[in-house]
Design a protein around this ligand. Structure first.
Ligand SMILES: [Zn+2]
Length: 274
């Protein structure tokens, strides 16, 4: 037995209004944080720690495939001056001149969750000034060394006008729920190919997949080594399946970081390290 028609109309009206109200709220939230809809198959490639192979192997391969990427650089202790292991600043400058984005990974790969405000600012400023002195495009994005972070770090990043910061977490980035200073990523190594391929396929329904890649190969840190052949397999996969590969800076085309920062609360209950 259904409700008499007059009762149904009366009872469904508030329901309809409720739907309209929340529907409009959701729509306007989307419209404010998102400058335009996130397309499926949107991938961000990020490269950490400035190993020499980023200059000699990764950049030429990205160019060949027509992909963008962000290099989060630091002077990795204790061997940062060894240019057989790490890029020198001229090579980092060359990446910028080739059109790649340079991001901040602190002066010497500091665990920023243990730093005072002054120490953290000094860690950021060193890389900013170095880039500035070499004519490298102004740095706006950051990656947490070793995925170490705390609530204070987010405040410091905002004080220095950063736009986006990348963490870990092995999950897809949802610009409508993930704070722009807590962007999750997967990290590649030589044995997690299946996981990474499955991850790439999560770049849909408004989600973006961010990869963290260390040396290709990584001589000093074998636990985050990505062999050249495997890296090539990933690039082939992305090309073959028509993925769009952008840098962290490329996010600006889709995400209004100021709106996102105002509207989204940092959620530390989500996984943030790899
Ligand atoms: Zn690192």
């Amino acid at each position: 037995m259904g409700l008499p028609l007059y009762q149904m109309t009366r009872s469904s009206k508030p329901l309809l209004l409720t739907f309209l109200f929340f529907g409009c709220c959701l729509f306007s939230l989307d419209a404010q944080i998102l400058k335009k809809p996130i397309p499926d198959k949107l991938i961000i490639l990020t490269f950490d720690d400035a190993p020499a192979s980023h200059y000699s192997v990764v950049a030429p391969m990205l160019k060949k495939y027509g992909f963008e990427g962000t290099f989060f650089v630091c002077e990795f202790p204790p061997n940062s001056k060894d240019s057989t292991l790490y890029m020198n600043w001229r090579q980092i400058q060359a990446l910028d001149q080739q059109g790649f984005e340079i991001g901040n990974h602190t002066h010497n790969h500091a665990n920023i969750s243990k730093l005072t405000q002054e120490e953290f600012h000094a860690q950021l400023a060193y890389i900013e000034h170095k880039c500035d002195s070499l004519g490298i495009q102004k740095i706006t994005n950051f990656a947490y060394p070793g995925y170490g972070l705390n609530t204070q770090a987010l405040v410091f990043l905002q004080e220095r006008n950063y736009h986006f910061a990348r963490a870990g977490g092995s999950r897809a980035y949802d610009p409508l729920t993930d704070h722009p200073f807590l962007i999750p990523s997967w990290a590649t190594n030589e044995s997690n190919k299946t996981e990474i391929i499955q991850a790439l396929d999560q770049a849909k329904n408004g989600h973006i997949v961010v990869l963290t890649i260390h040396g290709v190969p990584d001589i000093e840190h074998p636990w985050v080594n990505t062999p050249i052949e495997l890296f090539k397999e990933y690039l082939d996969y992305l090309k073959k399946h028509d993925f769009q590969v952008i840098s962290m800076g490329g996010l600006e085309e889709y995400v209004d970081f100021e709106q996102a920062m105002t509207q989204l609360r940092p959620d530390y209950s989500k996984k943030l390290n790899n």
